[in-house]
Design a protein around this ligand. Structure first.
Ligand code: ATP
Ligand code: ATP
Ligand code: MG
Ligand code: MG
Ligand code: MG
Ligand code: MG
Length: 245
């Protein structure tokens, strides 16, 4: 027959993969909505920018700052939010899977709990979910480049021109002078649709166009991109302000 075997916990544990993030580096966590193209259609988000949806994302980011004290900066656009943890954070012993799973499930729960505050007239018709990943960046310059990349997606040649992440807690009004090019593309796209083009005609019209060219298209359509609210053009950021005593 079988004898009772005592299994050592070290033995079973030894199969777990080490995923501790590099010490003394900024940990950037990016959370992104899963299938939000469909989710936004289903919930009739205003195209290309639904302000209430953006504000709900911002509220989730604020809740993150209340929950995780080592967060210093965050930047959001569309269905994504990037969070920067301070270099010295020891959150969950810097274990990536713990940080990712804990934060993304927290973020998602807040999204669901706060949905009605922002969409009192709309029921949640499907279950929202988000993916997340962590990346370590060794210098503020690279964090800045990362954020510039998220902000601009399309026009990478603008990198380094204006977006900055301040070092200590003087986490200032970043993003005040760089337009959000990705958003400019979407604005163009939806304006072309409004003017009667099909989706593929609009895509072809915009293929390979530079910022200046897109501005001209918008101008012809009598839209001045810089007149759009900043939340659409630039995205949002949440950060901890320094309290002066
Ligand atoms: P994946 O699961 O791969 O992330 P996705 O459908 O979420 O797929 P994304 O590249 O993340 O694709 O794009 C998100 C999409 O969600 C946008 O293209 C847009 O259609 C929609 N969306 C997100 N936020 C808003 C908003 N505030 N207003 C209008 N549409 C939005
Ligand atoms: P951690 O964040 O480290 O996981 P924890 O407080 O969640 O801390 P666990 O070891 O996961 O600690 O234990 C979960 C605890 O939640 C249990 O000890 C118990 O107190 C409580 N709990 C969970 N499920 C139930 C349940 N069905 N009935 C009563 N108590 C429960
Ligand atoms: Mg995604
Ligand atoms: Mg998405
Ligand atoms: Mg996205
Ligand atoms: Mg537990």
């Amino acid at each position: 027959g079988h004898s009772l075997v005592k299994i050592s916990s070290e033995y079973v544990k030894s199969f777990e993969v080490e995923d501790k993030l590099m010490p003394s580096t900024w940990i950037v966590l990016r959370i992104d909505g899963r299938h939000f193209h469909q989710f936004s259609d289903k919930h009739e988000f205003k195209k290309p920018n639904d302000e209430r949806a953006l504000k709900l994302m911002n509220a989730c980011a604020e809740a993150m700052f209340e929950e995780f004290p080592d967060l210093v900066f965050s930047y959001g656009v569309s269905d994504e939010y990037s969070f920067v943890f301070k270099k010295t954070t020891e959150l969950y012993n810097r274990r990536s899977s713990k940080i990712v799973s804990m934060t993304v499930s927290f973020f998602t729960s807040v999204y669901v709990m706060k949905w009605k505050d922002f969409f009192p007239d709309k029921d949640l018709k499907s279950i929202p979910s988000f993916d997340a990943r962590t990346v370590c960046y060794p210098s503020t310059k690279i964090v800045r480049d990362y954020l510039a990349w998220r902000q601009m997606n399309f026009d990478l040649h603008l990198l380094g021109k204006g977006v900055f992440i301040p070092t200590d807690y003087k986490l200032a009004t970043a993003f005040s002078f760089v337009g959000h090019i990705n958003n400019q593309y979407n604005t163009c796209f939806w304006k072309l649709i409004e003017s009667g083009m099909t989706k593929s005609e609009a895509q072809n019209r915009l293929k390979g166009t530079q910022t200046q060219h897109k501005n001209e298209i918008l101008f012809q359509l009598e839209v001045n991109h810089s007149d759009l609210p900043a939340i659409f053009r630039k995205g949002s950021c949440v950060f901890r302000g320094k309290v002066t005593e």
